[in-house]
Design a binder for this molecule. Structure first.
Ligand SMILES: Nc1ncnc2c1ncn2[C@@H]1O[C@H](COP(=O)(O)OP(=O)(O)OP(=O)(O)O)[C@@H](O)[C@H]1O
Ligand SMILES: Cc1ncc(CO)c(N)n1
Length: 272
């Protein structure tokens, strides 16, 4: 019997008991994109579409052992980070990523959940800026995250460009600034600054919906998956944007707050 070789990817993040964001959103997305997903759980959240009830950060020992277990057995092509909770976790993740061969790293610098809960302590932003970003092949902040990391206000498209340049100066090779939070605009517009200085915009319609829980996790997981399958970054970003548009606009009704996306949207006839 011939067995299929499949790309293997890793998400290093927190769990969402509500299933719409965090590690669950990542792994659902990766499954849909036909790559084999593994994970390092750094925190557990008691969370639903209404908010975050509680958070437990994992001890260093079990984080280290998850990395070791994966490195001893799997051939990870691309990795990503999501919720990292605090400085100690950021440092542990940096240490382990440097110790093992886990492929290019996509950093989604998750800070605050849609309901307002803090997923990264304020003092850890510095560790992300100085220790994690220099390792990033791609960083994917939303607007508030880009403001914190670049230490500047973002009010218009020119500010978005300056913030992206600052993030490149911090060591990220490529930068995607997600515009989901420019909610007063008719279009959803994301900005990309590539390694070679070239720029690109990812645009699409802005959908009037509350159901955008896990959009950031989902788009970064599509990008990771496409890169693992061998796509160029530009193509991976475009596939990510198309998937997000489809997963938001073909919405599902789950929960009573910021509902999750329709991760299996392409199963009902792909429109990519
Ligand atoms: N209402 C919307 N309509 C269309 N696209 C959207 C909408 N909201 C977000 N997006 C898109 O989803 C992607 C993720 O952007 P967003 O800024 O929401 O990320 P995020 O804040 O990190 O998400 P989260 O924290 O919920 O995971 C981007 O491509 C953005 O343009
Ligand atoms: C665990 C977790 N990671 C990321 C996000 C942001 O979408 C969230 N709400 N929860």
């Amino acid at each position: 019997m011939e067995e299929l070789e499949v790309p293997q990817v890793l998400t290093i993040a927190g769990t969402d008991s509500g299933g719409g964001a965090g590690i669950q959103a990542d792994m659902k997305t990766m499954q849909e994109r036909h790559v084999f997903s593994t994970c390092v759980v750094v925190a557990v959240t008691a969370q639903n579409t209404l908010g975050v009830l509680d958070v437990e950060v994992m001890p260093k020992r079990i984080i280290d052992h998850q990395f070791q277990a994966l490195a001893e057995d799997f051939d990870i092509q691309v990795s990503k980070t999501g919720m990292l909770a605090n400085t100690a976790v950021v440092e542990t993740v940096v240490e382990n990523y440097q110790k093992y061969d886990l492929g290019p790293l996509v950093v989604d610098p998750v800070m605050i959940a849609k309901g307002g809960a803090k997923l990264l302590s304020e003092d850890a932003i510095d560790a992300v800026r100085t220790k994690l970003i220099p390792l990033a092949y791609l960083i994917t902040p939303n607007l508030p995250e880009a403001e914190k990391l670049a230490e500047m206000e973002i009010k218009n498209n020119q500010d978005v460009r300056s913030a992206a340049r600052k993030l490149r100066q911090l060591g990220a090779k490529n930068v995607l600034i997600k515009g989901g939070h420019f909610s007063d605009q008719p279009e959803s517009r994301d900005y990309v600054l590539f390694e070679n200085g070239k720029e690109m915009e990812l645009t699409g319609p802005r959908f009037e919906t509350e159901n955008t829980h896990g959009t950031g996790d989902t788009i970064s997981s599509v990008i990771v998956s496409e890169l693992a399958k061998g796509a160029e970054l530009k193509e991976a970003l475009q596939v990510g944007k198309a998937f997000i548009n489809a997963a938001i606009s073909n919405g599902i009704k789950v929960g009573h707050g910021h509902g999750p996306l329709n991760h299996w949207v392409y199963q009902n006839g792909e429109s990519k």
